[in-house]
Design a protein around this ligand. Structure first.
Ligand code: CMX
Length: 432
């Protein structure tokens, strides 16, 4: 059964579960909202349905019920490799089932076939002035492809609501297939004299991305596969997922929705933190004239906090423990680059920063998140230009948020329109 057929077989049972829930228990209260939550980013308010993954504050992310160590064990790998293939993760996110080797091969083949970039996209990317942030270029590249939307075309032709998922699936597959090429094109244009590396159709999606970036060797390909798996999804409330879902709820297509989500990922409190971590570490090294001692790090961390800045890569809106995505990358580093200088700094920060954040007493979670580790791995393999890091995050995040977007349309989720209130209204309520 193809991925699309497998997905189709899941639609009716899921639709009927949702229909029953809403019909029979639609009035059940699942969350109350406090004034603090209304001003505080709706933290903890349960009001969005996302099927692809769920985040536990202490255990971390589970993708369709599987945590990261389980995925590393159960998902198919590249020949001779150990890390899970992102194609397998996408299959799991979309269908809720672990794929076989053949299922994964089919996704790889689909993405290879759909991956060519149209000439007009290259022209548009070329025309963007040098120095424009890679995330801006990435978002623009995705937007430029919107004219390809099968979903928008079918909508215009008057497709039935029940069939929205089908052209959305086509858009999602076409778009995900192209993202590694867009990312690599932006990278090579911006930082490698506009010299590009043709894709290698014999490679898998993540391995090919590593190849097109210009870093050869199996270790970087393995890293890229792992990276693309672990950054893919973090349930639906984070800004990139929520934005993609919100924009899609207007029946905008996958291009509009993902581009919007990527604009959210580009914020320093979200995905951009991965470049900020590296920038921060390099500033420490430069200011101190080399790798810092622990005492120097402690002082530097306090100086950062006392100057009113955040420690990038630390803290989380939901997590209350070290992010398992951080641990997966740490394991990779311990295996492949234990003596790397920057990895040692990352490890030293891990030893001191949580205590400092606890002592400062503001951050609810003093532990590192995914972004505290990723840059040092990229740097080790020669990706020294930090500004590209969030684009890699974005390529991965597309898998999660776009798998959800297909389900949003399959389940007919409504246009989002929560009620807003004014401070006057809240003060009135308090008086009452
Ligand atoms: N360094 C310093 N202060 C921090 C902090 C950090 N790493 N994390 C949280 N705080 C502060 C907050 O700024 C906030 O201060 P104010 O009361 O002055 O506003 C206070 O602690 C309480 O914040 P919180 O409830 O613990 O955290 P939030 O849910 O509001 O925000 C997050 C979560 C991730 C934005 C925040 O921890 C942060 O800014 N971290 C640094 C940036 C970062 O690493 N972002 C990447 C997150 C992962 C991702 O999305 O990619």
């Amino acid at each position: 059964m193809s991925l699309k057929e497998k997905l189709q077989s899941k639609l009716d049972p899921m639709r009927s579960r949702v229909k029953t829930l809403v019909k029979e228990h639609g009035d059940n209260v699942i969350s109350d909202v406090t004034i603090a939550q209304a001003y505080g980013g709706a933290r903890g308010v349960k009001c969005i349905v996302t099927e692809t993954s769920a985040l536990d504050p202490f255990e971390g992310i589970r993708f369709r019920g599987f945590n990261i160590p389980q995925l590393r064990e159960k998902l198919p790998t590249a020949p001779g490799g150990e890390e899970p293939l992102p194609e397998g993760l996408f299959y799991l996110l979309l269908t809720g089932e672990l794929p076989t080797e053949d299922d994964v091969k089919e996704v790889t083949k689909e993405w290879t076939t759909r991956g060519e970039l149209p000439g007009y996209l290259i022209d548009i990317l070329k025309a963007i002035p040098k120095g424009t942030h890679p995330m801006t270029q990435f978002s623009m590249g995705i937007m430029a492809l919107q004219r390809e939307s099968v979903y928008a075309q079918k909508y215009r032709e008057g497709i039935s609501k029940m069939d929205y998922w089908d052209p959305m699936y086509e858009d999602v597959m076409n778009l995900i297939a192209k993202l590694p090429k867009i990312a690599a094109y932006i990278y090579r244009k911006e930082y490698k004299n506009d010299e590009h590396i043709p894709s290698d159709p014999s490679l898998d999606w993540g391995g090919n991305m590593a190849h097109m970036l210009g870093v050869e060797g199996d270790a970087f390909k393995e890293l890229m596969r792992l990276y693309l798996v672990i950054h893919s999804d973090h349930e639906g409330g984070n800004v990139s997922a929520h934005t993609t879902h919100l924009v899609g709820s207007t029946l905008s297509d996958a291009y509009y929705s993902l581009s919007a989500g990527m604009n959210g990922l580009a914020g320093p409190l979200h995905g951009l933190a991965n470049q900020e971590v590296l920038r921060w570490i390099m500033n420490v090294k430069e200011d101190l004239g080399g790798v810092p001692t622990k005492d120097e790090l402690v002082k530097y961390l306090w100086d950062t906090l006392n100057s009113g800045q955040v420690i990038p890569g630390y803290g989380h809106a939901v997590l209350r423990q070290t992010d398992p995505r951080y641990m997966a990358q740490r394991e990779f580093a311990l295996k492949h680059l234990p003596d790397d200088e920057i990895f040692k700094v990352v490890s030293a920060i891990y030893e001191v920063a949580p205590d400092i954040l606890r002592e400062q007493g503001k951050a609810k979670n003093p532990w590192p998140n995914v972004d505290a580790h990723s840059g040092c791995l990229m740097l080790h393999y020669g990706i020294t230009e930090y500004d590209i890091y969030t684009v890699f995050f974005g390529v991965s995040r597309a898998m999660g948020v776009l798998a959800s977007l297909i389900w949003d349309r399959a389940l007919g989720l409504a246009i989002e329109r929560p009620k807003t209130i004014t401070t006057d209204w809240l003060e009135e309520q308090v008086k009452k």
